[in-house]
Design a protein around this ligand. Structure first.
Ligand SMILES: Nc1ncnc2c1ncn2[C@@H]1O[C@H](COP(=O)(O)OP(=O)(O)OP(=O)(O)O)[C@@H](O)[C@H]1O
Ligand SMILES: [Mg+2]
Length: 375
C-alpha cells in the first residue's frame, strides 16, 4: 500500500500481502498471532502473524505517529484515517485482553455507486429509484444498521444524489464521506487534548454552527450522542432532507435509539412530546444489514408514521428484503427487496411532482403474496 512510507511498511511486513490484496476489505488483528480478514463478505482466519506484541505495537505507534496521533499507555485507543482514506482503529493491552487489537478498513479508490448496490443485489432498482425520490422530495432520512453493515457507504451514496444547487453541510467524527459536489461543507469533530490546551469540538457544537451556515441539507455521519436532539430539532424546523446514520438492528430500534440519544441531551421535554417530535421529524428509515451469507443488503425501507397508543413508534415497511431460497453450493441467500403493498403517505407528492413512479411500484410481487399465504 503506497500510503505507508517505507519505515511503516517494514513494521507492517507481516500483513503486507493482506494490505495489498484488492479482494480484502478489512484486516482484523486480535493480538499478534490471530489475524482475520474480510474478503467478499466472508471473515477468514489467516496464517499471518506478527513476531510478538511489541512488534505489533511498534507498527501501530508508527502509524499513529505518521498521522500525528499518540498511541501509548496514556492514549490506549487509536482512531485514525490514513491519507488514502483507510480507517484504522486500535486498542492497546491491557485495555484489550488479547494484546494490541487492530482493525484496518481499507479504502477502495473505486467509489461504491448506487448502480453497484443494485448490481450486487444490495438494493433493487425500484427501491433505489424510490430513495432518489425521497431525497428529491426532501424527506428526512435515517440509515440504520449494525457495525460494518454499510451505513456510511449508503449515506454517502444517498447524499451524492442531492441536487448540485443545494448547500450540504456534513458533520463527521472522522472524514469518511466523499462527495464530488461543489457545494459541500465538511466539518469534523475534534477531541479534547488538555496537554496541548485543545478543547473538544463535538458533533453537537458543529450542528449548532451548521444551522447558522445556511444549509439546505444537514448530514450527520453518525448520530451517537446528545446531538440527536439537535438533529431532530433541525429536521423539525425546516431543514428538510437531512440525513444521518444510527446504530440499530431494525427500524423500530432505530427510533428508540434516537430517542435514547436525545435523552442524553438532558432535556426536560416530556417523554411523549419527545416521541412526537421524533415521529414528526423523521420520515424514512433505511435499514442496512450484513446477512448470514456475509452479504450487505438493505433489509427494510420503512416510513415512520407517528406514535401508537401504547407509545411505540408506528412504522410501515415500504420495501423489505424477503428470502426465496438458498444456494446450496455457495451458501448465498437468494431473495429480493420487494414492495410491501403499502403506499407511502407522500404518494400524492410523487404524483403532483410528476415523478415517473406509479403506484404499481409499491405492489408486492405474486411470489411474495403466495409465500404469505403459505405462512
Ligand atoms: N452493499 C455492499 N456490498 C459489499 N460491500 C459493502 C457494501 N456496503 C458497504 N460495503 C463495504 O463494507 C465495509 C463497511 O461499510 P461501511 O463503512 O459503510 O459500514 P458502516 O455500517 O458505516 O460501519 P461502522 O459501523 O463501522 O460505521 C466497507 O469496506 C464498504 O466498502
Ligand atoms: Mg460508518
Amino acid at each position: 500500500m503506497s500510503v505507508f512510507n517505507d519505515a511503516i511498511q517494514n513494521f507492517l511486513a507481516p500483513i503486507q500481502d493482506l494490505l495489498e490484496d484488492e479482494n480484502i476489505s478489512e484486516v482484523m488483528i486480535n493480538g499478534p498471532y490471530e489475524i482475520f480478514i474480510e474478503s467478499k463478505g466472508k471473515i477468514i482466519r489467516t496464517d499471518n502473524r506478527f513476531k510478538n506484541n511489541d512488534n505489533l505495537m511498534a507498527a501501530m505507534r508508527a502509524i499513529a505517529q505518521a498521522v500525528g496521533k499518540k498511541f501509548d499507555e496514556d492514549e490506549p485507543r487509536l482512531d485514525a484515517h490514513l491519507p488514502d482514506g483507510s480507517r484504522i482503529a486500535a486498542v492497546l493491552s491491557p485495555i484489550s485482553s488479547n494484546g494490541t487489537v487492530v482493525s484496518i478498513r481499507k479504502f477502495f479508490k473505486e467509489k461504491i455507486l448506487l448502480k453497484d448496490l443494485i448490481e450486487w443485489g444490495a438494493l433493487s432498482s425500484d427501491a433505489a429509484r424510490f430513495l432518489d425520490i425521497c431525497i428529491y422530495l426532501g424527506k428526512n432520512l435515517l440509515v440504520s444498521g449494525g457495525t460494518g453493515s454499510g451505513k456510511t457507504t449508503l449515506l454517502n451514496i444517498l447524499s451524492s444524489r442531492i441536487s448540485d444547487n443545494q448547500r450540504i453541510i456534513i458533520i463527521e467524527d472522522t472524514k469518511e464521506m466523499n462527495l464530488d459536489d461543489q457545494h459541500v461543507v465538511h466539518m469534523v469533530t475534534r477531541k479534547e487534548d488538555p496537554a496541548q490546551n485543545i478543547k473538544a469540538v463535538t458533533t453537537k457544537d458543529l450542528l449548532h454552527s451548521a444551522m447558522r451556515l445556511r444549509p439546505d441539507r444537514i448530514i450527520v455521519g453518525e448520530v451517537r450522542g446528545a446531538e440527536a436532539l439537535d438533529l431532530v430539532n433541525a429536521m423539525n424546523t425546516g431543514h428538510d432532507g437531512s440525513m444521518g446514520t444510527v446504530h440499530a438492528n431494525n427500524p423500530s430500534e432505530a427510533c428508540l435509539r434516537l430517542e435514547t440519544l436525545c435523552l442524553q441531551a438532558k432535556t426536560s421535554i416530556p417523554a411523549n412530546s419527545l416521541k412526537l417530535m421524533i415521529s414528526n421529524a423523521l420520515n424514512i428509515i433505511v435499514q442496512t444489514k450484513r446477512f448470514s451469507d456475509g452479504k450487505r443488503r438493505v433489509s427494510h425501507i420503512s416510513e415512520l408514521l407517528g406514535i401508537n397508543d401504547n407509545g411505540s413508534y408506528k412504522l410501515r415497511d415500504i420495501y423489505k428484503w424477503v428470502q426465496r431460497s438458498k444456494d446450496q453450493e455457495t451458501g448465498e441467500l437468494i431473495g429480493e427487496l420487494v414492495a410491501c403493498q403499502y403506499l407511502p403517505t407522500f404518494f400524492d407528492d410523487i404524483k403532483v411532482n410528476r415523478l415517473p413512479f406509479p403506484s404499481s411500484k409499491f405492489e408486492s410481487p405474486d411470489w411474495v403474496k403466495k409465500l404469505k399465504k403459505v405462512a
